[in-house]
Ligand binder design. Structure first.
Ligand SMILES: Nc1ncnc2c1ncn2[C@@H]1O[C@H](COP(=O)(O)OP(=O)(O)OP(=O)(O)O)[C@@H](O)[C@H]1O
Length: 271
């Protein structure tokens, strides 16, 4: 990775060599304050399409905050001030004229704890497309099946689509939430510690799924599990105290980090 000086004050973290993939999110000089607390400090990151980008770092370093800006969920928090720019497909999402509803049709999110609606398995997946005006029963059935297949859950639920989602195991519920997210055909999937509430087998299933999904989607995943970041991501950003300390191909971060603080973190010396 090289650090490119684009002006005397601004350092932008860019990857080496020619980028063949398109940039999905371009973050420039992003700062965020919760009241007095300066939680994100001059973040500069390019996120590429059809890659898994992992965000790692100790508790409270700003990982979730960054993720919540990418779909503007941060707007739900009172007293937040943001400066800088985040371009999603070349449009600044922080611009007031960018409709949040439009952004959310492109950017899906999966949370730490599976959060299915208290509805049937079928209704959970059909919900988004219905909101977007799809009423044709046949079309909805096709979307539900396709989404559940893509989330590697179809075979387990195809005979019980009318059962309540809460009848599923935690790991199945999380894959249902991923299916719900896929049903709106997003471009990007944000995942905030999606396996932290799951057992090791369910965790591996989600990891396999993420590797499969990156063929069609761009995925940004916050994880405390460094083996997980190493197993599934193409690039890793190491956050510390609201700053991006290092952003590089995952193999480089884990085998030959440039910054001593990255090395200390990944070798378990702190955090
Ligand atoms: N709503 C809020 N109001 C005030 N401060 C907040 C708020 N949300 C987060 N913070 C603070 O901002 C900083 C970054 O929080 P954030 O949740 O992004 O960290 P994180 O890296 O995701 O942590 P964790 O790994 O524990 O989830 C922390 O110091 C946190 O206390």
């Amino acid at each position: 990775m090289t650090i490119t000086l684009v002006s005397p004050q601004i350092e932008v973290m860019k990857m080496d060599s020619i980028q063949e993939k398109n940039i999905v999110y371009q973050t420039s000089q992003l700062n965020l304050w919760y009241g007095e607390k300066h939680a994100l400090k001059n973040i500069n990151l390019d996120i590429l399409e059809n890659e898994v980008t992992a965000i790692i770092g100790p508790s409270g370093c700003g990982k979730s905050t960054y993720l919540k800006i990418l779909n503007r969920m941060i707007e739900l928090v009172q007293g937040v001030k943001i400066t800088g720019e985040i371009l999603y497909r070349n449009r600044n999402i922080l611009d007031r004229s960018y409709q949040v509803e439009e952004l959310r049709t492109k950017v899906g999110m999966v949370f730490q704890k599976p959060n299915p609606f208290p509805k049937s398995i079928y209704e959970n997946v059909a919900y988004g497309p219905k909101i977007h005006g799809i009423r044709d029963k046949k079309v909805l059935e096709q979307i539900v099946e396709k989404s559940l297949r893509s989330a590697a859950l179809w075979d387990e639920v195809k005979d019980r689509l009318n059962q309540n989602a809460y009848s599923l195991s935690g790991g199945q519920q999380q894959r249902l939430c991923i299916a719900r997210c896929l049903a709106i055909e997003p471009d990007v999937i944000l995942m905030d510690e999606p396996t932290s509430a799951l057992d090791p087998i369910s965790t591996l299933k989600i990891e396999e799924l993420v590797k499969e999904l990156k063929k069609e989607y761009s995925i940004i995943i916050v994880t405390h599990n460094m083996q997980q970041a190493a197993r599934i991501s193409n690039k890793t950003a190491f956050f510390l105290n609201g700053e991006v300390i290092e952003f590089a191909p995952t193999s480089k971060i884990f085998s030959n980090p440039k910054d001593k603080r990255t090395e200390d973190y990944i070798t378990g010396r702190f955090g």
